[in-house]
Design a protein around this ligand. Sequence first.
Ligand code: ADP
Ligand code: MG
Length: 239
Amino acid sequence: MSDIILKIKGLRAGIEGKEILKGIDLEIRKGEIHAFMGPNGAGKSTLSSVLAGKPQYTVTEGTIEYMGKDLLAMSPEERSWAGIFMSFQYPVEIPGVSITNFMKTAVNSHREAKGLEPMKAGEFLKLLREKMAFVQMRPEFAKREVKRNEIFQMAMLDPVLSILDETDSGLDVDALRIVANGVNALHTPEKASIIITHYQRLLEYIVPDVVHVLKDGRIVKTAGKELVDFIEENGYDKF
Ligand code: ADP
Ligand code: MG
């Protein structure tokens, strides 16, 4: 079996007729954490949205293979069932649906896709408690604790490839630690993560194996974690 989790070749994609990704090539192997950095508007969120299969985005050229399968032929649900997780930050805003019910539906749809029976109530509660304890989430504050909630969802679904797009501008140190501790604790040699951030700070806690700089829809630089320090000092102008 190949150790490649994700292979992107010549990817061009956009939204509402506007091309944003202008030829992306990328390979992610088992056990790797890849960080994507880059200025606002570079296309970082577009890349994560295309990977998650958000319907607003159109792929015009290129291929994406996930664990040897054609990702672009899979629906967003099929991608999720196959182990791709993208932080969906505000599921609790679905009116009348609690986090518990939301996660129950998500977990059971994953089980159904694997041919498993839905979880019994007691078994589900046990899992829920275990994962809430893991992220130290207090249910009564779950709506406000966006970062904890995000990592909690990740822990519940136990993905192969997690994609975290840190778009929040007001991430405090506590929030960074929650994300970092969660990502690090859930990481195994069989899994991979894509961390999108313009916070160098986050990458002090989650040490990436590979760092990419995305600029104007292209990967303009790929290097090791030392690139984070270079960006800290020089910004993105030199790329
Ligand atoms: P990043 O996450 O790196 O800041 P994005 O992927 O969010 O970048 O955005 C890339 C580009 O796509 C930006 O120039 C942005 O203005 C543009 N864009 C985002 N959403 C839309 C939209 N709905 N219609 C047209 N352009 C958009
Ligand atoms: Mg973004």
